[in-house]
Design a binder for this molecule. Structure first.
Ligand code: PAF
Length: 284
């Protein structure tokens, strides 16, 4: 399996695939791959003739005080995982290949990106939309695969693909969890042993939400209060946000009378983790 660094080289390979009438799937990643990424690649392999995994720590989606320089990287380990999952190639460009020195064009969005993670990461989704648009133009995939763990990102990318008429099917894939419930994330590697245990509070609190919603609780404020109380039982956890929102518009939902997303971001020590739970009421 090849690791390609140049956009031109990748384009010429894709042109050859297209001449043969092959379909192409794209799995965009920032590397340091885990079983969650692997599940995206395996799904992409089952639905496309060729699968490109992009492995690029995108600088434009990190804020000034965020973890760009310390973000974990290991291309050899990533290549082994991609090979095992059946990917056709890895696109692993340098930052200067993706962004020329005088790069000044960005893709931004008026709604969907202001709440949830956008509140504390105001430039994050502009960076995500920009790099994903670039990858869409470079790879021209038939389908692109994103994890549901980043539920806001998935909603943002679906909307961007619709609004900008990308002829690409956006495929959302279920959250993959460790055996004890922690959602898989490249950032889990930052956690100490004690923090790793404390991080279980996210899933535990979201399970409480599931229980309440399934039991018919309709008042979002009551559920939000319960989840905050649950999170506060863990001394190492500091809540960034806990919100119940409409699954499509990401606007706050006062009542559980339509598909909703309960999304949370929590600091465990200095590591910010996100997780969520999607729910569709029976009567909807
Ligand atoms: O989800 C990620 O890893 C990144 O935000 C993405 C979609 C690869 C863009 O850099």
């Amino acid at each position: 399996m090849q690791i390609i660094q140049s956009i031109e080289e990748l384009r010429s390979i894709i042109r050859e695939w297209r001449k043969e009438g092959l379909s192409v799937g794209l799995v965009p990643t920032m590397g340091y791959l885990h079983e969650g990424h692997k599940s995206l690649i395996v799904k992409a392999v089952s639905e496309n003739d060729k699968v490109v995994v992009s492995d690029f720590v995108n600088p434009t989606q990190f804020g000034v005080n965020e973890d760009l320089s310390s973000y974990p990287r290991d291309i050899d380990r990533d290549a082994a995982l991609c090979q095992e999952a059946g990917a056709s190639l890895i696109f692993h460009p340098q930052a200067q290949e993706m962004y020329s020195k005088d790069h000044c064009t960005f893709v931004d969005m008026d709604s969907l990106t202001k709440g949830l993670c956008g509140k504390t990461r105001p430039t994050h989704f502009r960076g995500v939309c920009t790099v994903v648009s670039k990858l869409f133009h470079i790879v021209t995939p038939d389908r692109a695969y994103f994890g549901e763990k980043d539920a806001q990102q998935l909603a943002v990318i679906r909307r961007m693909a619709r609004d900008l008429n990308f002829d690409i099917t956006i495929v959302g894939c279920p959250i993959v969890r460790e055996a004890d419930g922690l959602a898989m994330s490249s950032r889990n590697t930052y956690l100490s042993g004690e923090e790793r245990k404390a991080a279980l509070i996210l899933h535990k609190s979201l399970m409480l939400v599931e229980e309440m919603m399934k039991a018919g609780e309709q008042d979002a404020a009551v559920i939000e209060e319960a989840i905050v109380r649950s999170m506060k039982t863990e001394p190492l956890a500091e809540i960034d946000y806990v919100e119940i929102v409409d699954a499509e518009t990401l606007e706050p939902a006062a009542k559980i009378d339509r598909p909703v997303l309960t999304a949370t971001a929590v600091y465990i020590g200095s590591t910010r983790l996100i997780d969520n739970f999607s729910f569709q009421p029976q009567t909807f």
